[in-house]
Design a binder for this molecule. Structure first.
Ligand SMILES: [Zn+2]
Length: 292
């Protein structure tokens, strides 16, 4: 497996939108950063401009989205941004956000990818850390699990198996892909978040996401997407894969291996990410290698 160098962006760039849950306007500004910075997020709307280092240590447990927090520095719905940075191979970046919740946009990562690609990449003088899987590890239950295994020098493979049962308005589907800048930008980033009309009613009853319309993400009822059209037949599985990439990126190194998620979600993604780091930290080159 080739070892490649770290990258940052060549210019700063930004994405504007509204938080799905809060409805609040928010701007995400991304800046170039030097080797060793990693991904740093800053809350520019707060007086003391609190910041955090993106990583598993700052992840908080939430059911439907990924939240990072360290003291006052709290950021919700970070997974689409993190997946984009990971897949575009951007290791060092300072991200300023002027609200807690990142923008929902059209439910996909396309706007992040467009902004980051137009900012351009700079190759930096440091080898990117890699986590190379060379044995099989599984987490979860019989109904919902994640498994990693070696790829023996082949490109990393990600696979998502979605199956909500025969009564779901969303049909069973599987999507698999390698995760490079091109595949991610064209095949994965455009896939949108989805909910069922039942979930929408529950969210509205809880007083959140009131301004969100079926054009802002995919809402499914028994007849299919409401007032919207799919970008891919298997758009839901692609989106779950996008979330998996974002959640797994919290290991802060390049994942070299194969990963299959069978009906997994954010919580299980985090369990696997933790397990991978634990194994990498306590084993030698023979098992997992955390290179660099
Ligand atoms: Zn998502």
């Amino acid at each position: 497996m080739r070892q490649r160098n770290e990258h940052t962006i060549a210019n700063c760039c930004q994405v504007d939108g509204r938080g799905y849950w809060s409805g609040q306007k928010v701007r995400v500004r991304m800046y170039p950063a030097s080797v060793g910075t990693g991904l740093v997020m800053v809350r520019t709307d707060l007086v003391e401009k609190p910041m955090l280092q993106v990583g598993l240590a700052t992840r908080q447990e939430h059911q439907l989205r990924t939240v990072l927090a360290s003291g006052q520095a709290k950021f919700a719905m970070v997974e689409h941004l993190l997946a984009s940075l990971y897949a575009l191979e951007i290791d060092n970046c300072v991200i300023e956000v002027n609200a807690e919740e990142l923008p929902g946009l059209d439910g996909s990562a396309a706007a992040y990818v467009d902004a980051l690609r137009s900012a351009g990449l700079v190759i930096q003088a440091a080898a990117r850390k890699q986590l190379i899987v060379d044995r099989t590890v599984r987490v979860g239950t019989a109904a919902s699990w994640l498994e990693v295994s070696p790829t023996h020098g082949q490109a990393s493979q990600f696979e998502y198996v979605l199956d909500y049962g025969p009564d779901s308005p969303i049909r069973a589907q599987t999507f698999r892909s390698t995760i490079g800048p091109h595949e991610f930008s064209t095949q994965i980033a455009p896939a949108r978040t989805f909910v069922t009309s039942e979930q929408v009613q529950q969210l509205r009853a809880a007083g959140v996401a009131e301004h969100v319309s079926p054009q802002d993400l995919l809402v499914f009822d028994q007849a299919g997407p409401v007032q919207n059209r799919l970008r891919f037949d298997d758009e839901c599985a692609r989106h779950k894969l996008l979330d998996l990439v974002g959640d797994l990126s919290l290991i802060n190194c390049e994942f070299i291996g194969r990963i299959v998620s069978h009906r997994g979600g954010h919580a299980l993604n985090a369990v696997m990410a933790k397990k991978l780091l634990q194994i990498a930290q306590r084993t030698t080159d023979k098992l997992f290698r955390k290179a660099g």
